[in-house]
Ligand binder design. Sequence first.
Ligand SMILES: Nc1nc2c(c(=O)[nH]1)N[C@H]1C(S)=C(S)[C@@H](COP(=O)(O)O)O[C@H]1N2
Ligand SMILES: [Mo]
Length: 199
Amino acid sequence: MSIISRGFGGRRREPSPDLPPGQYLAHDFPVLSAGPTPRIPLDRWHFSIVTETGEKHTWNWAEFTALPAEEFTVDIHCVTKWSKLGTSWKGVSLDTLFEDVETAGDYAMAHSYGGYTTNVPLEDLLDGKAWIAYEYDGEPLHPEHGGPARLLIPHLYFWKSAKWVDGLRMMHEDEPGFWEDAGYHMYGDPWREQRYHGD
Ligand SMILES: Nc1nc2c(c(=O)[nH]1)N[C@H]1C(S)=C(S)[C@@H](COP(=O)(O)O)O[C@H]1N2
Ligand SMILES: [Mo]
């Protein structure tokens, strides 16, 4: 698939089997942030998974980047209707991070430096479906796009991919995060156009 020829002639709203309903192709990489971009020095960065019993698993930057990483290419879909096909990332699979975590919680709340939150079922984080990404297009992830590291859950609307992520908190019940509390869908499947509550 050639992204370049696809966009030639400016036929941005041409239907494509790779585009979920209502989406169009973006050829740049828009920045969507609800607040200022936090700057996290790598020597103070950490990522934690906290279980519903309070057990905490933490990685600092050296520990995190020493974990086996994957390079992967995925399509991303923002609820404001732009999609980007074939984006290339490097990151650590959530399967790797959950290897030694014992949890009975079916849901996770992702937390970010700066206070952003978003909820996601645990099963949507596992089985090769989600990563903590720290490179985009072969370069360290730019701060505007969530660097040092962001959650990436490409099969859900992109607001679920928390930038500047600093941890996951396991929960027994599903609870709304930042955008979900403001009326966006609790799950956010782009193929079913789950944009808002009630969709
Ligand atoms: N911490 C944090 N993560 C966030 C956001 C945010 O405002 N803060 N915006 C979300 C939304 S709505 C989208 S579409 C994507 C945008 O990512 P980008 O700026 O890299 O395109 O990040 C998501 N993750
Ligand atoms: Mo978004």
